[in-house]
Design a protein around this ligand. Sequence first.
Ligand code: ARG
Length: 262
Amino acid sequence: MSGLTRARRAAAVAATAAAAATALLAAPSAVAAPQPIVGGTTTTTSAYPFMMQITDASQDQFCGGTLVSPTKVVTAAHCMTGETTGSVRVVGGRTYLNGTDGTVARVGHIWIHPDYRRVTRGDDVAVLTLSTPMPYATAPYVSSSDTAVYAAGSTARVLGWGTTSSGGTSSNQLRTATVPTVSDSSCASSYRTRFVPSDMVCAGYSSGGVDTCQGDSGGPLLIGGRLAGITSWGDGCAAAGYPGVYTRLTTFSDEVTAQVGR
Ligand code: ARG
């Protein structure tokens, strides 16, 4: 990733850390201690073969992605800002960040949603076309009519190598957790106008404690075994009253399908 991108990401982390501090002051007893993919457990890419690392040219991971066809990876638009086909790699079959196993693919094309401006405006979706196919099982993804998957309280699974707390360090091993989806009205009461219900869905416990965090972005939110969301943003990580915000993939599934078929 470019130096500019790195600086922009660092600024975003600082902003969310400040928000987390505010949340901690507001409800100290309700906030669980930060843990990796906050509140999750370790897992492997054998268990989740479609789980991809998005890395720089040195194979340093900075985002997650989901393999939806042998040469197509769904990730977040905000992971790809400032990137070029030459600056990123996709790594499959690598459970540990410090591993050298698995399959490394170059990227031949990056599609970023044309309306994407910033995570709090929505449209946080990108599709990478790999130059060589990945030898791993792919994940099915929701179609545009599958909006019932987001019913409040549905169990959603998240995955990633993200930080173990806001501003913390990444997990060397892939982690996973389950979180309940949150109603749009509840999420809007947390995030006000930054929550765009057509483009976003929230997931997390009202008491916090389980969440994605920095570095998990672009990775999957799975509901019923299908890709239904993309890790996008949140104020802090795992803070009470501030659930994780995910791209609502049903809204973009036709556009993703157009890219998968290109
Ligand atoms: N924006 C972060 C990333 O780039 C993901 C943050 C998710 N935050 C949350 N509280 N769920 O990795």
